[in-house]
Design a protein. Sequence first.
Length: 161
Amino acid sequence: MPIRAVVTVCALACLWTPRGHSQQMPNPYGLPVSLENAQKVAAASLMEAKKNNWTMAIAIVDPNGTLIYFEKMENTQNGSADVAIDKARSAALFKRPTKAFEDLIANGGDGMRYLRMRAAIPIEGGIPLVIEGKIVGGIGVSGGKSGQDVTCAQVGADVLK
């Protein structure tokens, strides 16, 4: 088994808690989100950002975390580009919104170990993308406050429902 796979399996095992705070979605992985659907998701997120006068970077990845589509609005801070991609990857790879990691860390204690996990981004704004009950990728949005990021990400993810 490749080292990355072993690390991912170990990381996923560490994320489960008896209280279920960070439990992964039960959904199986499906085929990767199509470019056409990724563009629809991003377009909805961008529309929400524009409506609210927010500047955002939006990334769509497949279930393996490979970038499928990316767009950054004018005047969005450059650092948001990498953060959006990282949020999307985290949501897809760990089968949960990135808010789950943020909440665990905010609670301290055992949650602090998630700061050491390379692909687990503890910042709200990453959401798994689901089609017909299967995780087909993830969306990550960055550029605003956490609540703004997740609002745009959720609007995009809802396009696939």
